[in-house]
Design a protein around this ligand. Structure first.
Ligand code: HEM
Length: 332
């Protein structure tokens, strides 16, 4: 019976649709470049070793330039996704995050009719690229999509907080929903970067992120875009610190919207644990301090538990078991 299922048809269709999306993103890049030229990233000094490694820069941009640089990241991301063996669920989350960032960065109204996009010429894929070259590039491309989502999420959360401070509940709900799209995209982009063989990561990539290749060992903790997001989340919770029950009683929609965002943030931490386990198994991370837990997985678990404990009273299905345990540890 299984032989009758045309299992080959769907991946081909998926790739064709991604090629089309990448070509559309390419057209967007061309259109935006005509309005404002791209900033040459290599000419901008990196703020950290991590930025230099991942080819990320921070600089004041006009709205048009910001849209262009976002579109460039999305274009490269979509081109790579044509070949990356990302799960269908993560592919959907990442593409929806990309769509949201195009909406936020260009100010375009979201379209609903997929046929409204005029067909564009799809370039032939680059048959020359070596697999190793594709994997090394993917490691950077996935990280850059992650950074784009981090920054867009930080802006969305900061907007929501500002709207709440000014009493504009409807606008706050919208930006919380936008932020949730990005945060659900974080682990999708993280998995995209990691759709490379673990053996290749261990043999070829890992060493490029530690001395002597770099002056310091690199860790995700150093991502400045991610720190911006964490700071925005902290500020949001100073404006709405209420427990889930209190908030649900006075503003049920806000309780749900905040809950969805916080759940996505916990799940991101949870998925990071299993990702690191797939890549480095039980090894110490390249960036761990000697006094840290035994390995990368344990360190990431600790991060998950702290976040889950903090959010337990704030979400509907909070992890009260871990919240009690963490509270007990604090008092011991
Ligand atoms: C595209 C995004 C990311 C990917 C693909 C990724 C992947 C990984 C991998 C493979 C490891 C194991 C490192 C090794 O020893 O070889 C790791 C460790 C870790 N990651 Fe990430 N990560 C990402 C983003 C982040 C971010 C934004 C944070 C922010 C907190 C973070 C925090 C950590 C921590 C705390 C560890 C373990 C200890 C350490 O290396 O500092 N990661 N990650």
């Amino acid at each position: 019976m299984l032989a009758e299922v045309p299992t080959h048809a769907r991946p081909v269709e998926r790739t064709a649709v991604l090629r089309q999306a990448a070509a559309v993103a390419g057209e967007l890049v061309t259109a935006l470049s005509a309005l404002a030229p791209a900033v040459a990233g290599e000419d901008v000094p990196a703020e950290s070793t991590s930025q230099s490694y991942f080819r990320v820069r921070e600089v004041e941009l006009s709205d048009q330039q910001a849209a262009l640089h976002g579109a460039l990241v999305i274009h490269r991301g979509l081109e790579d996704l044509c070949d990356a063996p990302l799960s269908g669920a993560d592919l959907a989350l990442e593409v929806v995050g990309m769509r949201q960032s195009v909406i936020d960065l260009t100010g375009a109204a979201p379209g609903t009719d997929p046929d409204a996009v005029a067909p564009v010429a799809v370039p032939e894929p680059d048959a020359e690229a070596s697999l190793e070259g594709v994997w090394s590039a993917r490691w950077l491309i996935g990280h850059q999509v992650h950074v784009l989502f981090n920054v867009c999420a930080a802006v969305a959360v900061a907007d929501a907080t500002r709207h709440l401070r000014h009493g504009d509940g409807a606008a706050a709900l919208q930006r919380l929903a936008d932020a949730t799209v990005y945060v659900r995209g974080f682990p999708a982009a993280m998995n995209h970067a990691s759709t490379i063989p673990a053996d290749y990561y261990m043999a070829a990539i890992r060493q490029t992120m530690a001395p002597p290749s770099t002056d310091i060992p690199l860790s995700g903790r150093q991502h400045r875009g991610y720190k911006l997001f964490r700071a925005a989340m902290k500020d949001l919770l100073t404006v709405v610190p209420d427990s889930y029950d209190q908030l649900a009683a006075r503003a049920p929609e806000l309780a749900e919207a905040r809950g969805a965002l916080l759940e996505a943030d916990v799940v991101d931490a949870e998925r990071h644990i299993t990702l690191a386990y797939s890549m480095v198994h039980l090894r110490r991370s390249i960036a761990q301090r000697p006094e840290g837990p035994d390995n990368a997985v344990a360190e990431l678990r600790l991060m998950r538990h702290r976040r889950a404990a903090q959010y337990a009273p704030l979400i509907r299905f909070g992890d009260h078991y871990i919240a009690d345990a963490v509270a007990g540890l604090r008092h011991s």
